[in-house]
Design a protein around this ligand. Structure first.
Ligand SMILES: [Zn+2]
Length: 163
């Protein structure tokens, strides 16, 4: 599996996306959580290479496109390539992993700040609106992903928050 494997600041990500030529059609964004916690991420029990290996073991040729982590925004699968992350939702989507587990509480702090920057930048780039942000569980009802605390009502709060 080929990944970009670069960690960008919010500003660097905005610049990267504004210059990026994307030839495939993008009509939605799909949110995920890693389910492994921020605590595990910070202690490097889980990481970009960890997930890459996990996806490769499933036989996947691609993964989600972006990881919103506490230290920055990781570019994983090139957004110009269809990712593998949400079954029937893979087609036409950008898949975003929020580092952490959000069944009880939505993300806060830097993960949230970076997630918001990613969403805001991608919606603008592809002329989408908050209603075009979908959840993994819409494509796989067996999963709670991106976490039970992440709801359409919660998305409305981002909308107010100048998205
Ligand atoms: Zn997911």
């Amino acid at each position: 599996m080929r990944i970009i494997n670069k960690c960008l600041s919010k500003e660097e990500f905005e610049k990267y996306i504004s210059k990026k030529r994307v030839k495939r059609r993008i009509d939605k964004i799909i949110l995920h959580h890693t389910w492994d916690t921020v605590w595990q991420w910070k202690r490097r029990k889980v990481s970009i290479p960890y997930y890459k290996k996990m996806y490769e073991e499933k036989g996947w040729k691609a993964g989600p496109h972006i990881f919103a982590a506490p230290e920055g925004i990781w570019l994983f699968t090139n957004i110009d390539i269809q990712g593998i992350h949400a079954n029937a939702g893979n087609n036409g989507s950008v898949g975003i992993e929020m580092v952490g587990r959000y069944d009880k509480k939505p993300p806060s702090g830097k993960v949230w700040k970076n997630t918001k920057a990613v969403l805001k930048t991608l919606l603008k780039k592809f002329n989408l609106s908050v209603k075009d942000i979908h959840f993994h569980r819409e494509y796989n009802p067996k999963k709670s992903c991106p976490g039970k605390a992440i709801t359409k009502k919660w998305l409305k709060t981002i909308e107010k928050d100048s998205l």
